[in-house]
Design a protein around this ligand. Structure first.
Ligand SMILES: C[S@@+](CC[C@H](N)C(=O)[O-])C[C@H]1O[C@@H](n2cnc3c(N)ncnc32)[C@H](O)[C@@H]1O
Length: 243
């Protein structure tokens, strides 16, 4: 195992393997750390992401939650009162799916172990798709967006929830201090992983900003790409429609 996050390449199969290894290793502590490190704000972001999906137009539909991890985003949709459909929750780190299994408790969420760059589903399968904090980890973002586009039905929406860098310089300075100095220490202590939570801020810094992401979505064939910043621009909710 590499000992520093610099060893995680920005593209290619090595990145795929290393990302899969990181999440497999931190899986047992992922939920705890997620809510502690985000001070539970992530729950409100997930609610807004699901509100953005437009699932009420097709409440009995089949929805994909890609890079699903321990199912928090998929469950947010599946537990909505009027939701009558099902969520297919895919992730390539099996230990993440295993760690989240006890939360499913009869919810209409079907876990699938699969790579978001080679989704094991036919074209035009889903009535909508979500990705929470997943696309930043893909070894080829453009290929990932093309793959999400492929499996969506025409007219269906993709919603992407992802960290971003706050536009306000004062907020950005405070956020970067927390993200690059404090979060890696708490992450290391609680997860026991030497650098997984150093990789997190590094991956956010390298990641394209909201406009570039919207351009990439349109480049992959999506229409009506837009975004909304949440919590001072710490995160962004992106949306786009398969034309
Ligand atoms: C930060 S976690 C997010 C999990 C969950 N969506 C959430 O909101 O908490 C990122 C997840 O993306 C998964 N992932 C990264 N690259 C992937 C790929 N190419 N195919 C499938 N899953 C992937 C990881 O295994 C990990 O579970």
């Amino acid at each position: 195992m590499p000992t520093t996050p610099e060893a995680v390449p920005s593209r290619g199969e090595d990145r795929e393997r290393q990302v899969q290894t990181i999440f497999s290793e931190i899986a047992p502590r992922y939920d705890l750390l997620n809510h502690v490190l985000s001070m539970n704000i992530d729950r409100a972001w997930r609610r807004r992401a699901v509100d953005t999906l437009g699932w009420t137009d097709r409440p009995a539909g089949t929805y994909l939650d890609a890079c699903a991890g321990t199912f928090d985003l998929g469950l947010e949709l599946a537990r909505r009162g009027d939701f009558k459909g099902r969520v297919v929750a895919s992730d390539f780190a099996r230990p993440m799916l295993v760690a989240g299994r006890s939360k499913l408790d009869g919810a209409a969420v079907a876990p699938v172990c699969g790579d978001s760059l080679r989704l094991p589903f036919p074209d035009d399968t889903f009535d909508g798709a979500t990705v929470g904090f997943g696309v930043r980890n893909l070894s080829d973002l453009d290929a990932g967006f093309c793959e999400f586009h492929r499996v969506l039905k025409p007219g269906a929406r993709l919603v992407v929830l992802e960290f971003t860098v706050p536009p306000n310089p004062i907020v950005r300075a405070g956020y970067m201090l927390y993200f690059t100095r404090i979060l890696p220490i708490i992450g290391r202590i609680v997860s026991g992983h030497p650098w997984a939570y150093t990789y997190l801020p590094e991956s956010v810094k390298e990641f394209p900003g909201p406009q570039e992401l919207a351009d990439k979505l349109e480049g992959a064939g999506f229409a009506e790409a837009g975004w909304s910043l949440v919590t001072f621009g710490i995160a962004a909710i992106h949306w786009a429609r398969k034309a």
